[in-house]
Design a binder for this molecule. Structure first.
Ligand SMILES: Nc1nc2c(c(=O)[nH]1)N[C@H]1C(S)=C(S)[C@@H](COP(=O)(O)OP(=O)(O)OC[C@H]3O[C@@H](n4cnc5c(=O)[nH]c(N)nc54)[C@H](O)[C@@H]3O)O[C@H]1N2
Ligand SMILES: Nc1nc2c(c(=O)[nH]1)N[C@H]1C(S)=C(S)[C@@H](COP(=O)(O)OP(=O)(O)OC[C@H]3O[C@@H](n4cnc5c(=O)[nH]c(N)nc54)[C@H](O)[C@@H]3O)O[C@H]1N2
Ligand code: SF4
Ligand SMILES: [Mo]
Length: 699
C-alpha cells in the first residue's frame, strides 16, 4: 500500500511544498506539491536528495568522540557531560570568552533549533559568538534596524504584482530567492513579463536569471553602491521624488539630497563603465513604472560596500513610492509573528554595542563578524578563543581564509560540533553530536515565512520516526541548557511554543493554531503581502522611517574616495562566486545524484582574457590571491565580464580525515582559500566575497 506525505522542504529558503509517496518506509518519489499555496508544485533537484541524506551511510546518528584509536561511539549522557566539563574547564582556565561559537546556515531552516538553540548558546555565557550571517545578509539587518527600527523588518519584493523588478547581485532562478522566499521564481518572473512588466539584472555575470530577463547590465564587482547613488541622485535632483502614503512618516530626505550631491550619473559613469544616459534611463524607468522594486542580495551585500548598497536599494524603493505598497517592497505578516513578538518586547536587534577584541569590529545581535574569528583564535591574550563550538556550520569552507581557520582549529584545546557529518570543519572536533535532520524532523518555517513573498502557513510532521538512539536538535540543546544553567528542563516542545505563538498571532481570530495546521497538510494561504503595514509596524522610537541614518551617511566619504581615487590592484582579475542548482552551500555534495556529471567547480573566465593569458578551455590554471592559491579547471565563457572570474563556493572536500565518500570523490577546491578575512564591508563588518583581487596563470 502506498501512502503520501506532505511537507515543506527545509533545504533552501524557498519553502517548497513536497509530496512524498512511500511504500512502507521506502520512498518511491518526491514531487512538488501542487496544492502548496506558495510553491504551487515547484521543486528543484535538491528536494529528491532529502532521501539521500536520510539514507546516507556517512551521516552521523549518535555522538562520537575522537580517541587515539580513531572515532568511537559514546552515549548521549556521556557526550553531554563531556561538553559541559570541557567548556567549563576552558572557561575556568582562560575566562568565559575563551569559548567561541559558530552557528551555520541549516540552523535557520530548523524549527526545533530556532526555538531551543539560542538559550543553549547563551547558557555558555561567552561573548565570542559568530555565525554565517556576517558572511551573508548582515547589511540587510543593519539597514532594517536603522531605517525601520527592527533588524528583521525586511522589505520583501512583491514580485507577484510588480511591474518592474530590478535585481542587483542575485540569481534567484538558481537560488530560488534569498531574503525573498520565492519558490518557482522562473514562472513568477515570466508572469511579470507576460503582464507587460520588465526585469532588469545588474550582475558581473550574465546569469541564468539575467538570460531570461528583459535586460542585463554588466557591472564590476563592488560598484553597485555607485550606480544606485547615481540613480538616487537623478531622482532627487530632478524633482522626481514620490513618497506616497508614507510621506508624513519619512525623515531625512534633505540630508540624503545634500549628501548624495557628489554622486551624479555623470560623475560615476566613467568609473562604473555605464553611460550616464543609461543610468538616467534606468532611474526614470524605475520611477515611472506603475510599481517597481529594487531587490539586492548576496552579490550586493557580500562586498566592500555591502551596507551602502543595501541601504540605497531600500532608499530607491522609498523615494519612488514603492515601499509598503503593492508591487513594491512590502512587509509580511506571518502567522508566527516573530517580528511582532520581539518588537513588542523591545528585542529589535542591537548593532555595535560591543566591539571584537582584536580588530574592534562591531557586533550585531550579539555576534561578531565571522571575518574576525581567525584573529580571535590566533591572537594571544585575555579572551583568546581556546575552545570552539560549531553548530550546523562548515566555516573551513564557508568563511574567508578557510585554510588559515583550518590551521587555527587544529590548535584548539577543545572543540564540539553539532553536525550530521564528519566534514572539513567537524574533523577538528573532539566530540560530534548529531541531531536528527530533514525527513526525521517536524517542520515549521519560523524565519522564511517572515521573508516570503506571500503569507502562508504550514506545519509538517516528521515523516520518519527517529530511532531510540537518536535525539532531536531541540532535545539536545535543551538538555545542555539545563546542565549549563543548572535549571531543570521545563515541559516545552517546539510544538507547544508554536501553538502558543499561533494562538497569540495575527491570524488567531481566523482559527489558526497547531490543530488547524495539522488538518491542512498542504498549508494554508493567508493572502498576498498587505499594503499600509506602516507606520503601525515601525519600531523606531519616533515611529518614523529613517531615510538617511547618520550611520550610512557617514560611510559615504569611503565611497567618494574610490570615485576620486579608483583603486589600482596588483592583481589583474576580480573574483566572484556563483551558485548551482544542485549544490547547497558546502554540505550536499555527498549525494551522488547531485554531484554526478560534468565538473561544476570551475573557474569561469572570458575568452579574451583567456587568450591573453594563453589559457584554453578545460585547462588547469593556478589562481592566486593575497591569501592563497588554488588549482582549478578553466571554463571559457563570454557570460562573464572581462577581467572578472568566478569560482563557486562550498567545494574543497579533499581534507584528510573526513567521512563523506562521495563528496571526497568530487572534491573541487575552496574559493575561500582565496578570499581574504581582511577584505570586509568596513561599515557593517560583513565579509566581502565579491571582488577579491586575484591573478591567473596557466600551469
Ligand atoms: N566565498 C563565498 N563564501 C560563502 C558564500 C559565498 O557565496 N561565497 N556564501 C555564504 C553564505 S550565503 C552562507 S549562508 C554560508 C554558509 O556557511 P555555513 O553554514 O558555515 O556552511 P554550510 O555549507 O551551510 O554548512 C552547513 C553545516 O551544517 C551541517 N548540517 C546540515 N544539516 C544539519 C542539521 O540538520 N543539523 C545540524 N546540526 N547540522 C546540519 C552540514 O553537515 C554542514 O557541516 O557560506 C557563506 N560563504
Ligand atoms: N541552488 C542553491 N540555492 C541556494 C543556495 C545554494 O548554495 N545553492 N544557497 C542559499 C543561500 S545560503 C543563500 S544566502 C542564497 C543566495 O542567493 P542569491 O543572492 O541569489 O545568491 P547567488 O546565486 O550567489 O547570486 C549572487 C549574484 O551576485 C553576482 N555578483 C557577485 N558580485 C557582485 C557585485 O559586486 N555586484 C553585483 N551586482 N552582482 C554581483 C553573482 O554573479 C551572482 O549572480 O541562495 C540560497 N539558495
Ligand atoms: S528550491 Fe529549495 S526549498 Fe525548493 S525544493 Fe529546491 S531546495 Fe527545496
Ligand atoms: Mo546564505
Amino acid at each position: 500500500m502506498t501512502r503520501t506525505h506532505f511537507r515543506t522542504c527545509n533545504l533552501c529558503e524557498a519553502m517548497c511544498g513536497l509530496e512524498i509517496t512511500l511504500e512502507g518506509n521506502e520512498i518511491l518519489s518526491i514531487k512538488g506539491d501542487k496544492k502548496d499555496p506558495l510553491s504551487r508544485g515547484h521543486i528543484c533537484p535538491k528536494a529528491v536528495a532529502l532521501k539521500d541524506i536520510y539514507l546516507d551511510k556517512d551521516r552521523l546518528k549518535y555522538p562520537i568522540r575522537k580517541t587515539e584509536n580513531g572515532w568511537e561511539r559514546i552515549e548521549w549522557e556521556e557526550a553531554y557531560d563531556l561538553v559541559v566539563e570541557k567548556v567549563r574547564e576552558t572557561q575556568m582556565k582562560y575566562g568565559r570568552d575563551s569559548v567561541g561559537i559558530y552557528a551555520g546556515n541549516p540552523n535557520v531552516h530548523n524549527f526545533g533549533t530556532m526555538l531551543f538553540l539560542p538559550n543553549f548558546l547563551r547558557s555558555m555565557r561567552t561573548k565570542n559568538r559568530f555565525s554565517a550571517t556576517s558572511a551573508d545578509q548582515l547589511p540587510h539587518h543593519v539597514a532594517a534596524l536603522f531605517m525601520f527600527g527592527h533588524g528583521f523588518m525586511e522589505p520583501i519584493a512583491d514580485i507577484d504584482r510588480t511591474d518592474f523588478l530590478l535585481i542587483i547581485g542575485a540569481n534567484p532562478l538558481v537560488s530560488n530567492g534569498s531574503m525573498m522566499t520565492a519558490p518557482d521564481f522562473g514562472r513568477r518572473m515570466k508572469d511579470i513579463q507576460k503582464r507587460g512588466g520588465k526585469v532588469v539584472v545588474i550582475d558581473p555575470r550574465k546569469t541564468e536569471t539575467a538570460k531570461k530577463s528583459n535586460e542585463h547590465i554588466f557591472i564590476k564587482p563592488g560598484q553597485d553602491a555607485l550606480l544606485l547613488a547615481a540613480m538616487i541622485h537623478h531622482i532627487l535632483h530632478n524633482d522626481m521624488v514620490e513618497l506616497g502614503h508614507l510621506k508624513p512618516y519619512i525623515i531625512g530626505l534633505d540630508d540624503l539630497k545634500l549628501n548624495i550631491k557628489d554622486f551624479s550619473p555623470e560623475k560615476v559613469s566613467q568609473l562604473i563603465q555605464i553611460e550616464s544616459s543609461e543610468i538616467i534611463r534606468l532611474a526614470e524607468e524605475f520611477s515611472k513604472a506603475k510599481s517597481a522594486v529594487c531587490y539586492s542580495r548576496m552579490g550586493a551585500s557580500t562586498q566592500e560596500f555591502g551596507g551602502l548598497t543595501i541601504w540605497f536599494s531600500t532608499v530607491l524603493n522609498i523615494i519612488t513610492g514603492n515601499l509598503d505598497s503593492e508591487g513594491g517592497a512590502m512587509f509580511t505578516l506571518p502567522a508566527f509573528d516573530h517580528v511582532g513578538f520581539t518588537g513588542a518586547q523591545g528585542k529589535t536587534g542591537v548593532f555595535g554595542n560591543r566591539k571584537s577584541r582584536v580588530r574592534k569590529l562591531p557586533a550585531y545581535g550579539g555576534e561578531f563578524p565571522i571575518s574576525t574569528l581567525l584573529d580571535e583564535l590566533n591572537t594571544p591574550g585575555e579572551g583568546q578563543i581556546k575552545a570552539m563550538v560549531t553548530v550546523a556550520g562548515n566555516p573551513i569552507l564557508s568563511a574567508p581564509n578557510g585554510n588559515a581557520l583550518d590551521l587555527a582549529f587544529e590548535k584548539l584545546d577543545f572543540m564540539v560540533s553539532f553536525d550530521i557529518y564528519l566534514n572539513e570543519t567537524t574533523r577538528h572536533a573532539d566530540v560530534i553530536i548529531p541531531p536528527t535532520t530533514g525527513l526525521e524532523t517536524p517542520h515549521y518555517d519560523l524565519i522564511f515565512n517572515v521573508l516570503a513573498i506571500r503569507n502562508t502557513t504550514k506545519y509538517s510532521p516528521a515523516l520518519f520516526e527517529k530511532t531510540e538512539d537518536q535525539r532531536h536538535d531541540w532535545q539536545i540543546y535543551k538538555a545542555l541548557t539545563a546542565r549549563f544553567s543548572e535549571v531543570p528542563e521545563d515541559e516545552s516542545t517546539p510544538e507547544s511554543i508554536l501553538n502558543f505563538a499561533l494562538k497569540n498571532g495575527p491570524y488567531a481570530n481566523k482559527g489558526i493554531d497547531l490543530a488547524s495546521l495539522q488538518k491542512a497538510p498542504n498549508g494554508i494561504d493567508l493572502g498576498s503581502m498587505r499594503p499600509k503595514m506602516l507606520p503601525k509596524r515601525l519600531f523606531t522610537k519616533d515611529q518614523k522611517i529613517h531615510l538617511a541614518p547618520p550611520f550610512f551617511i557617514n560611510d559615504l566619504p569611503r565611497l567618494k574616495a574610490i570615485l576620486d581615487n579608483p583603486k589600482k590592484d596588483d592583481f589583474p582579475f576580480s573574483l566572484i562566486g556563483r551558485r548551482h542548482l544542485r549544490s547547497n552551500n558546502s554540505w550536499m555534495h555527498n549525494s551522488l545524484r547531485l554531484v554526478k556529471g560534468k565538473n561544476r567547480c570551475t573557474l569561469l573566465i572570458h575568452p579574451n582574457d583567456a587568450e591573453k593569458a594563453g589559457i584554453e578551455d578545460q585547462q588547469m590554471v593556478l589562481v592566486s590571491s593575497k591569501t592563497g592559491k588554488v588549482k582549478i579547471q578553466a571554463e571559457l565563457t563570454d557570460t562573464i565580464m572581462e577581467s572578472v572570474v568566478s569560482i563557486p563556493h562550498g567545494w574543497g572536500h579533499s581534507k584528510k580525515g573526513t567521512k563523506m565518500k562521495i563528496a571526497e570523490a568530487h572534491a573541487g577546491v575552496s574559493i575561500n582559500d582565496l578570499t581574504d578575512a581582511n577584505f570586509i564591508d568596513e561599515l557593517t563588518g560583513n565579509a566581502a566575497f565579491s571582488g577579491v583581487p586575484v591573478q591567473i596563470e596557466h600551469i
